[in-house]
Ligand binder design. Sequence first.
Ligand code: FMN
Length: 173
Amino acid sequence: MNTLDAIKARHSTRGFSDKQIPDADLEKILFAGGQAAVGGADFKSLKLYAVQDPELLKAIDESSAKMRPGSHPLYGAPTLVVLASKESILKNIEFTNAGCVIQNMMVAAADLGIDSIYLWMSMYGINNDPELGKKLGFPEGFTCVGTMALGYEAKEFPKLKADEQRIEVTYIK
Ligand SMILES: Cc1cc2nc3c(=O)[nH]c(=O)nc-3n(C[C@H](O)[C@H](O)[C@H](O)COP(=O)(O)O)c2cc1C
């Protein structure tokens, strides 16, 4: 798939099957995350965790659901990639870095035929329960700045994406 096709193919998946993604693909996706632009090249301020332990996924799902009782914010995904950050050398750049890292990974996943979704809810779920940070192995000073679920769509869901520009553009020549 060429890059523009992968960008177009990426869409948010809100219902995953149990089928796990291949380890080799997960490695490629995480590599794509590490290839992202990061402010000040401060790569040491970031850490990636690939979670496939069903018990830990359940605990993150439950903690995240506290904001919306009865929901499953992880949508049953068999893999959750968690991005943690400590304070960067550039003030307030952590969430911008997260956007770059996670978008790279979602596009790489689309290229490999793997479905994904950027999840803000589970970031709150992780940060609101210090035990989860410990279970994930965050070093002192690190908090979650973004998460991304990976897997295969359980069924066809209506897509929000249309083959059109979704953000208003102004050309100034
Ligand atoms: C930073 C960020 C956080 C998001 N968090 C959530 C979330 O917690 N739950 C969810 O269902 N979708 C979440 N989304 C997905 C957006 O709702 C989705 O990208 C948007 O509706 C556009 O649809 P598309 O991704 O299919 O193009 C998030 C997206 C971004 C960029």
